[in-house]
Ligand binder design. Structure first.
Ligand code: GUN
Ligand code: ZN
Length: 431
């Protein structure tokens, strides 16, 4: 068990608000070098420059970076098994690699082992909360919920809904799926730090009847999350237009059945138009931007500032196994490159915010996590500023906090992680 009073010393970095796009000197950035972060009974109670003294278990990480744990707003637990699979784009990749890997999760042993391995991998990458896709199998959602509760993690997930255009062993049906959702909601939603997400894989794998059922679940309980994919790939967008000729756009398929609301997380959103962005802003649904996946699957370049200008919230996500790393820094380094290809620049502040406080706000969780505000749960990670001589030399030359944070975001990964705490409990320490 964790000590009742724990103090962690290092360079504290978090955000008090949303840093403006392209601003490197924004007052929303709170950088407190060489400070003590004070944690009591799992919650943050303050931060100060002076040593808190004898009454505290003190860990001195002077010269290291201390950040809120990262929040991965879109990731597929069973797809760790197909990460880095060669040579196809979305629809081919699903059929060739992903669906066969997901079929194995009908086995409760595989589901349980997979959930443990996945959450331990998140913690070993400095990610302490996530919005996760398991598989269509109820047992895969149960296993993730139980494994997250054991670790004290904030986890949002739900069994995947898919009743067409998927192989044998990966399809449900409307009646059984609704029953499974209601049972999972009753047993897990609101237990410990768990929340249920109505999880529509994407429009092509659900019948209109199943989409209507999913919308009805959301309407019946506004505390439920919803997650799905939207407008990721051009071939996918064309397919949706054929399957749903009555819809104005891909996004409209979801809007018509009531799936867009403030707790809706939509992955990708690359191929949206202005009207779609207005709908997202109006409904409060948010985009989980997955740059690593978008580059790896050749899906396209997301217009991040365009979304922000339209009033759409954006978080950053790995989308493993379409994405090639669970590391938030690798995701954000790819995010920078995606914006560079669009003639834009992602600051370290905008990037790190989107993976911490920005994600927490988009999920309605900023009173619980995502920053070092007093009374939040202490989901905290400790990082080396540099791993290896190249990064060390670069860090020594960084002249100001943004330059340092940007070099860190661009050069670091899970090798830099020293320790992860979840609600003040040590859940990972580098061997
Ligand atoms: N669209 C539907 N399913 C998936 C998936 O598993 N990964 C990604 N990246 N896109 C999807
Ligand atoms: Zn995905």
């Amino acid at each position: 068990a964790s000590p009742a009073r724990l103090a962690l010393k290092g360079d504290l970095l978090d955000f008090t608000a949303t840093p403006r796009w392209a601003r490197v000197d924004d007052p929303a950035v709170r950088f407190r070098p060489d400070h003590w972060l004070l944690i009591e009974d799992g919650r943050i109670v303050g931060a100060q420059a002076h040593d808190p003294g004898e009454g505290w278990v003190r860990e001195d990480h002077g010269g290291r970076l201390i950040l809120p744990g990262f929040v991965d707003t879109h990731v597929h637990s069973p797809q760790l098994d197909v990460i880095a699979s060669y040579g196809t784009e979305l629809l081919d990749w699903l059929n060739t690699y992903t669906f066969p890997a997901e079929q194995r999760y009908m086995d409760p042993e595989v589901a349980r082992y997979g959930a443990d391995r996945f959450l331990d991998a998140l913690l070993a990458h400095g990610t302490t909360s996530a919005v996760v896709y398991p598989t269509v199998h109820k047992v895969s959602a149960d296993a993730l919920f139980d494994a997250a509760a054991e670790r004290g993690m904030r986890l949002i997930t739900g069994k995947v809904l898919m009743d067409r255009n998927a192989p044998e062993g990966l399809r449900d049906d409307v009646v059984q799926a609704e029953r499974d959702c209601l049972d999972l909601i009753a047993r897990h939603h609101g237990r410990a730090r768990l929340a249920y997400a109505v999880t529509v894989r994407f429009a092509p794998t659900s019948t209109p009847a199943q989409l209507a059922m999913a919308g009805a679940l959301c309407r019946a309980d506004a505390s439920l999350y919803m997650q799905t994919h939207v407008a990721e790939n051009r071939g996918e967008v064309e397919w949706v237009a054929q399957l749903f000729p009555e819809a104005r756009s891909y996004l409209d398929v979801y809007d018509r059945v009531g799936l867009l609301h403030p707790r809706a997380v939509l992955a990708h959103g690359i191929w949206l138009d202005d009207e779609d962005r207005r709908v997202l802003a109006r409904t409060g649904a948010h985009i989980a931007h997955c740059p690593s996946s978008n580059l790896f699957l050749g899906s396209g370049l997301f217009d991040w500032p365009g979304a922000l200008e339209a009033g759409v919230r954006v978080s950053a996500a790995s989308d493993v196994g379409g994405g090639t790393s669970l590391s938030a820094q690798r995701t954000l380094a790819d995010g920078y490159k995606v914006q560079a290809l669009g003639g834009q620049r992602l600051t370290a502040w905008a990037g790190l915010h989107a993976a911490t406080r920005g994600a927490a706000e988009a999920l309605g969780l900023s009173e619980e996590l995502g920053h070092f505000g007093v009374a939040t749960l202490a989901d905290v990670c400790i990082w080396d500023w540099a791993a290896g001589p190249v990064a060390e030399a670069r860090m020594d030359l960084a002249r100001d906090p943004h330059e340092r944070a940007f070099a860190w975001m661009t050069l670091s990964d899970d090798r830099n992680l020293v320790a992860s705490y979840v609600a003040g409990e040590l859940r990972y320490r580098r061997p």
